[in-house]
Ligand binder design. Structure first.
Ligand SMILES: [Zn+2]
Length: 495
């Protein structure tokens, strides 16, 4: 009877995320070695300090502290007056000193938040702390041996710990997407999860709906993409609910996500914080964070994704979908905005009086630019068209010199050759045909060849006209002026 009841209980999932982000600094956290090791041969970015030799003294990377405080401020967190580094002691082959310099009870920041949109509703996820530590070396495992690469040892690593406010795998994914976007906006992290520059561990537990105490949690690791985070947490939630319903105790342990098998597996039972024997790092001074210094950093904060999104909606009259796509990355948002400002500086077309709308720029960026970048595997830095170049192209459309359908291949050629829109249009003779006499000839030809569509139009089917316009467009290789074609066709079909 008891089991039957347990099986009918609804469970709620409770998730907290620990995100580790490598900071984009020039040098490592406590020594002068280059932190840019991605393309380096193993063990070439090492010195006695990050190599863990005895008798050496670490020195704090000031920029790493600044980047961490900036991130904390972007997450609405509080910056205490006093912070310090502590030693986290544990023996492991990837830990050169036998301890990691981290932060324990006096981190650089506490109590922030981040908002996500869940089913159209804004939800706030608490941030418990943002602190600074050093990355470990990297172990490379082969058949029967393991190699150690110290290039990563001592790279500045920021840890962002959320409160257990996340209630589903999808919320966890949304939180991570948003956090990554903010880190990239701040320029403090590459956001590259595959290469391990951004890593996510999750604490997850389940409890009967309505209960307030937390269940026994497991820690899930090895999630190297947004997709993996979602799948791993969905799997782990279901695994725990199944155990809970069967009355089997859930073990506090660390579990690894095995992507190929689509499941989590037990790695080790969880060590407790006491096991690390934290104590203040005796070789480093404590950090006294003056309000003046904190305010100087706050003043350097760039416009953040939510603020930019709101402003784009307000100033450029974009749809929410367009504004979201265009603000997803800071450099893309800047490119779009530069193009809009360039169209404004060109002013309304002297001929038509028509000003290029931000919406037209948005369409071209989210349509053509995104398509070309994907097709050519280009980053925005590699794109040859400048924002001003796109503005000049759209101005030609506004002035009626070329049609929108011609503008697309011209844009593609601008990206391939780096030439300007007027150059390409002149060289290829792509100027729009607005000459009514010429278009009339073409229209007559189309009418003669498509008697069915003509009959349909005359029988009242407006859609048939669209088809005939398309045929004239095709015959003029996209250079016909759609407005003139429309007028000409209507007149000829009346006859
Ligand atoms: Zn070093």
């Amino acid at each position: 009877m008891k089991t039957y009841e347990a099986q009918n209980v609804d469970y709620e999932v409770v998730i907290g995320l620990e995100v580790h982000a490598q900071l984009l600094t020039q040098s490592k956290m406590f020594c002068g070695c280059s932190a840019d090791y991605a393309a380096a041969s193993p063990n070439t970015h090492v010195c006695p300090i990050c190599g863990g030799m005895p008798g050496v003294l670490p020195a704090i990377n000031a920029y790493a502290v600044e980047a961490t405080v900036m991130t904390a401020l972007a997450l609405g967190a509080q910056i205490p007056d006093f912070a310090r580094f502590d030693r986290k002691n544990y023996p492991y082959p990837d830990l050169m000193k036998g301890y990691q310099i981290s932060q324990y009870d006096h981190p650089l920041s506490l109590k922030g938040w981040l908002s996500i949109i869940v089913d159209g509703q804004e939800k706030f996820i608490g941030i418990r702390r943002v602190h600074l530590e050093e990355d470990t070396a990297k172990l490379v495992h082969g058949p029967g041996y393991s190699l150690v690469d110290m290039n990563r040892a001592g790279v500045p690593l920021m840890e962002i710990v959320s409160e257990p406010d996340i209630r589903s795998a999808e919320e966890a994914r949304l939180y991570l997407v948003k956090l990554r976007q903010i880190l990239i906006y701040l320029g403090v992290n590459t956001g590259n999860m595959e290469e391990g520059a951004l890593r996510c561990d999750a604490n997850i537990s389940v409890r009967p709906v309505g209960h307030t105490e937390l269940g026994v949690k497991t820690e899930v690791k090895n999630m190297n993409s947004f997709r993996a985070v979602k799948l791993a947490l969905e799997y782990e939630a279901q695994r725990q609910i199944k155990l809970a319903r069967a009355g089997t105790p859930i073990l506090q342990e660390t579990r690894g996500w095995v992507d190929a098998e689509g499941r989590t597996v037990s790695q080790r039972t969880k060590e407790y914080a006491d096991d690390y024997r934290y104590f203040p790092e005796p070789d480093l001074p404590p950090l006294l964070l003056t309000r003046e210094w904190v305010e100087q950093i706050r003043a350097k904060l760039p416009e953040l994704p939510d603020a930019k999104l709101d402003r784009f909606l307000r100033e450029y009259n974009l749809s929410l979908a367009d504004a979201e796509v265009l603000t997803s990355e800071r450099n893309m948002a800047n490119w779009f905005e530069a193009a809009v400002l360039a169209t404004r500086s060109l002013g309304p077309s002297p001929k038509s009086g028509f000003q290029v709308e931000p919406k037209a720029v948005a369409n071209f960026v989210s349509g053509e630019l995104f398509r070309l970048m994907k097709a050519n595997d280009q980053t925005l830095d590699q794109v040859k068209v400048t924002p001003a170049g796109l503005a000049a192209l759209l101005q030609m459309v506004a002035e009626g010199k070329i049609s929108v359908s011609v503008a697309k291949p011209v844009f593609e050629e601008m990206n391939t050759t780096g030439k300007s829109a007027p150059e390409i249009v002149a060289a290829k003779g792509l100027t729009q045909i607005s000459d009514a006499d010429h278009l009339q000839e073409v229209a007559d030809q189309v009418i003669a060849n498509h008697s069915q569509a003509v009959a349909d139009y005359r029988a009242g089917k407006e859609a048939a006209l669209k088809f005939l316009v398309g045929q004239v467009m095709r015959a003029t290789k996209g250079q016909g002026n759609p407005g003139v074609i429309n007028t000409v066709l209507r007149e000829r079909l009346k006859a």
